[in-house]
Design a protein around this ligand. Sequence first.
Ligand SMILES: [Zn+2]
Length: 195
Amino acid sequence: MAKVCLDPGHAGGDIDPGAVNAKTGLQEAAVNLAVASQVKKYLEAVGYEVLMTRTKAEQAETDSLAYRCELANHWGAEVVVSIHCNSAASGKANGTEIYTTLGETAGDQLATCIINQVTDTFPDIKLRADWDDGDPDKEENFYVLRYTDAPAVLLEMAFISNSAEAKKLADSNWQKEMSRAIARGISDYYAELSS
Ligand SMILES: [Zn+2]
């Protein structure tokens, strides 16, 4: 059975809310968990086994990225998808982006599958891509990407610091659409593996 690890970024609550929208107080950690929980539902409905690295609104041990990676590795995750919201000093920054580790890795294929579904689902969203190496993912040695054994990607869904995008991130219908896109991207990846 396919084993997918979902990693809702940040420990949540007072420990680490992630990025916070200055006007509305919307916390990234809460959005990440809401979306990841729905991705889990969609994947389980079609027979995937899913592990979440964080399941509570505030969960102290998840403040350690090493804890999250060990959890995924011990469980034998086949793919790891870390879910985040972006933030920038300028309220104008907007769009979606996905990260893998440096160089050509198995994560690149997973990243392409997910970002294709995200941009298909939200045709108006700006894709912040790095096409230098022929695929849309950006590359950065983020801890959760580097220390997980399985192909891993980190999705920055949209900018919580941008008021228009923060409104979407807070919207349950938008969250549902985003969750579906991520789940479809993951199943596209498995379909490509088996074809
Ligand atoms: Zn984050």
